[in-house]
Design a protein around this ligand. Sequence first.
Ligand code: NAG
Ligand code: NAG
Length: 354
Amino acid sequence: MEGWTIVNILLGLCLLMLSGSYAKEKLETGPTFVIDYENDQFLKDGEPFRYVSGSIHYFRVLPTQWRDRLKKMRMAGFNALQTYVEWSSHEPEQGMYDFTGMFDLVTFIKTAQEEGLAVILRPGPFIDAERDMGGLPYWLLNKNPSMRLRSSDPTYLIYVDNWFNNVLLPKIRPLLYANGGPIIMVQGLGDDVVLFTTDGDGASYLKCGKIPGVYSTVDFGSGSSVTDAFAAMRLFEPRGPLVNSEYYPGWLDHWGEPHSTVDAETVAKTLDTMLALNASVNLYMFHGGTSFGLTSGANMGGSFQACPTSYDYDAPLSEAGDPTQKYWIIRNTTKKVILCLLSPNLNLKYCNLT
Ligand SMILES: *[C@@H]1O[C@H](CO)[C@@H](O)[C@H](O)[C@H]1NC(C)=O
Ligand SMILES: *[C@@H]1O[C@H](CO)[C@@H](O)[C@H](O)[C@H]1NC(C)=O
């Protein structure tokens, strides 16, 4: 998770990657995805759009299982996938790139598209996500042991720039919605983007996270007051769609602590409340999977808290990929809007919740 206390994550909402007069022509006819501030909604190809998405990290699931997990998510009524991109997996040693097997990001994204899911990409560079060094490559600290990670330290940014501009973005660009791909939202690509921040659901978090010109969203778990959480968001974004970028149907584990669980009925009830408010929601996680090898990370609460290899998360799909009771309860909730979810163009129009 990118949590309550952690510095905001930026999400960009990619609008159009084109420029010049060709772009103008494309604007009128081609795929578009924008915020409609006037009517508090997203517009996809000019139609009201909202998403119910779920997080699945490709680097925590064997590639032979990707389609199965994505299909199960689609069958629960979801219309979008959210995933992080993990830099350390793709550049394990400086200049040595890996986009094969479990790190074949392009195939993962295309599989989601084939399964009828839009994609929301969160490329970091820092992802937290209970991963070793928050997904940053270890070798950064060889370059400069006193490097200030996640800052504007030029000895850090030089490697971030290379990773983004020379390696990752060329792979992502053809997969953007405007270019015929499934990616509707992504961080900082192209010239014409709307950026998102994700912060805890209190004015104090949002105050520090708010960046001018960037759309603020909130994250919160079940049992929170949806009204209060979105009221906090509205302090900073008076208009535009309501978004919970990280709704927690479960929670992470630490060594030495009991497995975290979150009551399924409570999860469904809060989800229902958000859907009734026309909000877009991402479940973090829909399927957690496994932090293989030595890739799991740690948190720093009162003490050092190591995370186990299991990232089960008490999610709707278990670590093994099986639907849990929570899966069926959540599916019963999304069923209320499912007719819209299953429309061929992925548009989730506003439905009467029955
Ligand atoms: C949800 O959207 C519909 C269609 O735009 C609108 O009629 C309704 O009032 C909205 N509901 C809320 C709670 O904003
Ligand atoms: C889902 O809804 C149906 C119909 O209301 C009900 O029979 C079923 O028990 C529900 N399933 C769960 C897991 O709550």
